[in-house]
Design a protein around this ligand. Structure first.
Ligand code: FE2
Length: 285
C-alpha cells in the first residue's frame, strides 16, 4: 500500500482518472485537480474551512431551482462567467458576450417587431431598436432576439409574484432588413439577490451587490454563432463597479432622452421617452 502524503496525493488522484476516455474531459479534470490541490496546500485549508466550503455548495444547491440559479450567481460574482465570455469571444469582431445571469427563462412569448412591452408597467418609456447583421455588415432576416429585463422595482418577472408572466421579456424575429424594435421601460440598476450564499460571501468580502442598468439579450440566427450579452446605460452610477463584472466598453451606450411629442407619437409611447439603438453582429459558423 502506498503511503499517501501531502507531496504525492495529487499525482495519486491524477493517476486514478487516467482511464478517462474523453480527451478534453481528462485534460480539464486533471488541471482542475492540480489547481484545487495546489490551492488547498497554498492556504493550508483547515477542516472548518473545508466544511464552510461544502456548506456553501450545499446551500447553493438548496436555494437553486427552475427560476433561480445560485451557482450561476456564484460564478458571476467571482468573475468566472465573464472570464469564460472573454476568452471565448471572437478576436475578429462581432458583438461581445456578457453574462447570462440567473434570470433567463427559455420560451418567452413571441411578439412582432415594434411590440409594446410596457403594458401596465411603471417606469420611463424607452424605445429600443437596431439591426442584426453579419460581421461583413449584411442584415440577417429572421434572427431571433430574446430579451429579458427588470421592472421599475429592480426585479425580474420570475423573482416577483406581483408581475404578470412574461412581463418585460419576449422573443422576436427580425424583419427582412434584419431590424428589431420594441417599446419598454428603462431598466434600473438593481442588487443581485443577497438572501442566499452569495449574499453571505459578498458581505464577507465587503462588497456591494449592485449591477448597472442593463437589457439582457440572447440573439441567434441559422448558420451563425449565438451571442448572449447585455446592453448597459453608460450613464448609470454603477457602470464602473458591476458586482458581476459584465460591463464591456462596446456594450455601454447612451440612452438619449427625446422630448418631441411627434417622435413619441411615431413610436406610440408617452413623451418624453428614451431612445436606445444597438446593432448586433453575429459570426458565421
Ligand atoms: Fe440582469
Amino acid at each position: 500500500m502506498k503511503n499517501l502524503t501531502e507531496g504525492n496525493i495529487t499525482d495519486a488522484v491524477i493517476k486514478a482518472i487516467e482511464g478517462t476516455q474523453d480527451a478534453r474531459a481528462k485534460e480539464v479534470m486533471t488541471s482542475l485537480i492540480r489547481h484545487l490541490h495546489s490551492f488547498v496546500k497554498e492556504v493550508q485549508l483547515t477542516q472548518d474551512e473545508w466544511e464552510t466550503a461544502i456548506d456553501y455548495l450545499y446551500n447553493t444547491g438548496q436555494i437553486s431551482g427552475p427560476t433561480r440559479n445560485e451557482f450561476v450567481l456564484t460564478s458571476d460574482t467571482l468573475g468566472i462567467s465573464s472570464l469564460v465570455d472573454i476568452i471565448n469571444s471572437n478576436p475578429d469582431g462581432g458583438t461581445e458576450a456578457s453574462v447570462l445571469g440567473p434570470f433567463y427563462i427559455e420560451g418567452s412569448k413571441m411578439v412582432e417587431v415594434g411590440a409594446d412591452l410596457i403594458g401596465d408597467s411603471e417606469g420611463e418609456p424607452t424605445v429600443v431598436s437596431g439591426t442584426v447583421r453579419t460581421l461583413g455588415g449584411e442584415p440577417i432576416a429572421d434572427a431571433m432576439i430574446d430579451l429579458w429585463q427588470t421592472a421599475a422595482n429592480g426585479l425580474y418577472e420570475n423573482q416577483d409574484p406581483e408581475q404578470p408572466e412574461n412581463n418585460l421579456r419576449c422573443r422576436m424575429l427580425t424583419n427582412e432588413d434584419g431590424y428589431y424594435q420594441f417599446s419598454t421601460i428603462k431598466p434600473v440598476s438593481y442588487k443581485v439577490p443577497t438572501d442566499g450564499p452569495v449574499g453571505v460571501m459578498l458581505n464577507l468580502q465587503g462588497r456591494h451587490a449592485w449591477r448597472p442598468s442593463h437589457l439582457h439579450f440572447k440573439v441567434s440566427a441559422d448558420g451563425h454563432r449565438n451571442v448572449i450579452t447585455e446592453v448597459f446605460d453608460e450613464a448609470d452610477e454603477y457602470i464602473e463597479e458591476d458586482a458581476v463584472f459584465g460591463v464591456r466598453k462596446s456594450l455601454a451606450i447612451p440612452y438619449t432622452k427625446i422630448s418631441e411629442p411627434s417622435e413619441a407619437e411615431r413610436f406610440g409611447v408617452p413623451s418624453p421617452f428614451y431612445r436606445v439603438e444597438f446593432d448586433f453582429e453575429l459570426e458565421a459558423l
